[in-house]
Design a protein around this ligand. Sequence first.
Ligand code: ZNH
Length: 145
Amino acid sequence: DWTDEERATINTVWKRVDLEHDGGDALGRLLLVYPWTQRYFSSFGSLSNAAAIAGNAKVQAHGKKVLGALDNAAHHLDSIKATLHDLSDIHAHRLHVDPENFRRFGEVFVIVLAGKLGSSFSPPVQGAVEKFFAVVVDGLSHEYH
Ligand code: ZNH
């Protein structure tokens, strides 16, 4: 359940998200900081260093796709699990992505946001964003069994 303050905070923060670029930035960080996550993206071409990752159009395009799903979740705070049901099923049974990576993606996304928002990324803002990602990770992990 969300407090009015959490809802307002997530709404405000989400307006600052750049749907075009922030997902690619976060995915790029994931691939660099946790290089073993690159195994899921063997068709993406060179991911050998920061410049290759940043300049990789497939990484950017995939980050945008991921962020589109997060955008949808941010607009359906009361039904995140249902909203992510099909994606959870795909990641569990077709893509076989270790769900631990959803948590890691949340962490790098929080870091991207913190960098953008600077001093307006206050502790309460971080709290609301972390809670949002916890619920998203829970939803994405739901069909793993
Ligand atoms: Zn993921 C895919 C979302 C995380 C891996 N994804 C995907 C998609 C989406 C997503 C929307 C598309 C689907 C279709 O096509 O139908 N993701 C997502 C989200 C998240 C994620 C929301 C979080 C938050 N993923 C992730 C991670 C990983 C992944 C972390 C690893 C590491 N995905 C993936 C893959 C894929 C996907 C591999 C497929 C790709 C291609 O294109 O093939």
